[in-house]
Structures are given as C-alpha cells and as structure tokens.
Design a protein around this ligand. Structure first.
Ligand SMILES: Nc1nc2c(ncn2[C@@H]2O[C@H](COP(=O)(O)OP(=O)(O)OP(=O)(O)O)[C@@H](O)[C@H]2O)c(=O)[nH]1
Ligand SMILES: [Mg+2]
Length: 433
C-alpha cells in the first residue's frame, strides 16, 4: 500500500439508507474535494467544520446529489491525514456516482481497512486498537460491543504496555548483572516478576473463550430422554412458545434452532429429539442427530425429569455440559446436587440456571476483554517463553525475556512488527473502514 496518496471509498454498507458516507483521505484531499463540489470551497474550511452544497460531475457540471461535506485536517482526523467526508443520500445510485467522480478527479479506491491502516501508520491507534475497530464494526451482541469499545479505548493496550515495562526493567537489571556481576539482582526478585507476568498472561488467556463466544456467538444444545421437558425448557428460556410440547414421548423428532441473547452473547438454542434406544428408523436418525449436535455445541444442557427414576446418561461432552433436573414443581424421585432443579411450568430455578450458563460461557472473570485469534497466539507465545525463562539461570534469562517482549510488542504493533502480521490484521476489514 502506498502511504499518502488520496484514497476514497463508500463507508456505509451496500443497500439503501437515509444517508450514505463517502470518505476521502490523503495528500490533496481538499483540492480533490473542491473539484467535485459546488458550494463553499472546502479548502477554506477549518478542521471539524462542515458545509452544505452539491456534489457535481466536473466534466458536465451536473449535480449528483445535495450533500454535507465535512473537513478534518491533518493530524486531527481518523487517518491522521487531511480527510473529507461526503454525507449524501444513501442510495446505491448516488454513492456510486460520487465515488466515480472522485476516482476520475484523481483519487484511488481504498483497499480493505486502508483508512485504519493509515491511522495505525500515523500513530492514531495501535494494532490492538485497530483490531478493536474491526470488532466494533462487526459486533452483534452487547458483550462483543463492550469488549471492542474497551479495547478501542486502550484498556488492553495499557495493560500490555505496563506488563512490557516491568519485564523491560527486569531485562535491564539482568543485563546490568552480566556487565557488573557484583551488583546483581536478587534471583528471587526475577522469579517474582516472571511469575506475576505469567499469572497476568494466563489471566488474559483465560478469557479467550469468552471473547470468542461473544464475537462469534455460541450454540447451546438441549439433550435428554423423550418427555424430559427439553422443549418446555427451551420455551421457558426464550419467553415464548417456540417448540411443540406434549405429554407424548417423541414429540420433537428433528432438531429446532432459536436465537436468544443472554448476558450480551448471541446464542442459538437447539432443541433436539429425545435420546433413547429405539427401533423406529426415523426416531433413530433424530437421536443420532441430537448426539452430533451435542458434540458440536459450545455448551450442552443435559435435561432429566426429576419426577421419574433417573435414566442411564447418554454419551455427552461432559466437560461442557450442565445438568438440569426438570419438573421441580412435582414430587422428586431422586435428589442430586450436581443437577440444577428447574420448573418450566412455574419458572422456579430458571434464574439459577441462567447464572450457571453465564459462568459456563464466560468464566468467573465475566469476559470483558476482547482477544482476537492473533492476540491469543501472541499471548500463548509469551506464556511459553515466560515458562522457559523461569527455568533458566539468571544469566541465561535475558534471551527468553527478549522473546517474551517481542511477543507482547506484536500485540500493540510496537517496534519492528513483521509486515505479514500487520497485513493479517487489515485483510479482514471491509473497504471504507
Ligand atoms: N409439571 C411439569 N410438567 C412439565 C414441565 N416441563 C415439561 N412438562 C411436561 O412434560 C411433558 C413433556 O414436555 P416436553 O417439553 O414436550 O418434553 P421434551 O423433552 O421436549 O419431549 P420430546 O420432544 O418428546 O423428546 C409435557 O406434558 C409437559 O407439559 C415442568 O417443569 N413441570
Ligand atoms: Mg421436545
């Protein structure tokens, strides 16, 4: 990517909207804007000001739309460059023509994420914040939105920076020890700093799953014997009658999906056919499908009717399965503290079940940290090198420590970051961001 030439793109999504935004950034952006504008000359506007006028085709003088033109001046803009935004009516016809005249006037079509790339290159945000921009644009659930905004505000970057600083101090000490061996650091001190750093990195990694689920959503499967009350529980969780419920065992034959947002996570709840031994080929297909859905789910609710003798459990991924005892309003046939008692009829126990669901999905930390796949990889690298450093005598610790610092620095994109790393961040962006 060239670095300063004027780039332009439609910043609003395809389709019709009340308004649409075309962005233009780079050297000469104001001159270029002036060429396609009838109204107050944008070159005379201060940064942060706007004016009302018309976008025109300079070849014919034809007006393309009435619009607002916003001016931002370097370095006080999103990209850090001179930047102009045209707020037009949001039809594909208008936006396409505005883009065309800008291209004809000498701008180039921006690549994916090129505006944010320039912001990064110009020091307006670091690499973790650039990833937060992407996450914020793509956020569907409340939690994803909160995670991304916090990262954009710099919470994660500051945390990493502070960690780097402590390790840099230690590295400086160790290097001083090599140069002036008689004034060494206490070995204990180095170990404490490393252990604290390791705990912090592991704390972050512990939130990776919550972040992934918040960003990508989670699948929740309801599994259990026929008549256990799975469909009733699904309806109770949803708050409306989505699935058929009846006293006839085998009511649900195929699986059924319903969207549901809990704790800010977009969930898909999957109701399945009752699991039992059966000769009926159709029912057997339903059972096989139910067990496969359990295998692929992020979380399973194993649903058992507490008013009847306990059935033999089916094969389930128990490490991510919550056990639920239904029909808690009826006299119990057994007690088991590993099961959460609920009644879909009275609503009893539903809050406790939701609390358990929340902890199973988000962990005890609550999952407020955005972690991208790239960041998780870097943190895993940092963790490995930290563990390695802990096992080394102090005079050999330096090298491992440098590698820890390199992994941490790549999170914020400070120092020398491989071009491929940066490219990987921006390749996921859409054009116009
Ligand atoms: N008393 C009481 N009855 C319940 C409760 N939950 C479900 N039932 C009843 O149990 C029967 C079976 O409920 P469903 O929700 O259809 O059970 P299911 O597990 O989906 O059954 P299949 O689809 O056949 O596998 C129905 O008659 C429900 O009214 C509950 O909490 N209390
Ligand atoms: Mg059912």
């Amino acid at each position: 990517m060239r670095l300063r030439d004027p780039i332009c793109a439609i910043a609003t999504p395809p389709g019709k909207g009340a308004i649409g935004v075309v962005r233009l950034s780079g050297e000469g952006a104001l001159e270029l804007a002036a060429r396609v504008w009838r109204g107050k000359d944008p070159r005379g506007l201060k940064g942060g000001r706007f004016t009302f006028g018309e976008v025109v085709d300079p070849k014919t003088g034809e007006a393309l739309d009435q619009a607002l033109l916003l001016v931002f001046r370097a370095p006080r803009s999103y990209t850090g460059e001179d930047l102009v935004e045209f707020h037009t009516h949001g039809s594909p016809a208008v936006l396409r023509r505005v883009l065309e005249v800008l291209l004809e006037a000498g701008a180039r079509l921006a690549g994916p994420g090129e505006f944010t790339f320039r912001a990064y290159m110009n020091g307006k945000l670091d690499l973790a914040q650039a990833e937060a921009v992407l996450a914020l644009v793509e956020a569907e659930g409340e939690l994803a939105r909160r995670q991304a905004l916090r990262a954009l505000e710099g919470a994660f970057s500051r945390k990493i920076e502070a960690l780097e600083q402590r390790l840099l101090d230690l590295l400086a000490h160790i290097q001083a020890l090599l140069d002036y061996p008689e004034e060494g650091v206490e070995p204990l001190e180095a170990e404490r700093v490393l252990r604290e750093a390791l705990a912090e990195v592991e704390g972050l990694l512990g939130q990776a799953r919550a972040s992934r689920l918040a960003q990508k959503g989670a699948r929740l499967a309801l599994i259990g014997a026929p008549n256990a009350g799975k469909s009733s529980l699904l309806n109770a969780l949803l708050g409306y009658e989505r699935a058929l419920v009846s006293p006839i065992p085998g009511t649900t034959r195929d699986y059924l999906e319903a969207p549901l947002e809990l704790f800010g996570i977009p969930l898909v709840a999957v109701d399945t056919a009752g699991v039992r031994e059966t000769e009926d080929p159709l029912e057997r297909m339903g059972v096989e499908r139910a067990l496969r859905i359990a295998e692929e789910a992020d979380l399973v609710l194993y649903v058992v009717d507490r008013s009847l003798p306990k059935p033999a459990p089916p094969p389930l991924p128990w490490e991510r399965t919550l056990k639920v005892a239904t029909k808690a309003d009826l006299p119990p046939a057994w007690e088991d503290p590993a099961f959460i008692p609920v009644s879909s009829l009275t609503g009893e126990g539903l809050d406790r079940l939701k609390e358990a669901l929340k902890e199973a999905l988000l962990g005890k930390e609550g999952g407020e940290v955005l972690l991208t796949e790239r960041q998780v990889e870097a943190l895993l690298r940092a963790r490995e090198r930290l563990k390695e450093a802990l096992g080394l005598p102090q005079d050999l610790m330096g090298l491992a420590l440098e590698e820890v610092l390199e992994a941490l620095a790549s999170l914020r994109g400070e120092g020398r970051v491989a071009e491929a790393v940066v490219a990987r961040v921006f390749q996921n962006f859409c054009v116009g961001k």
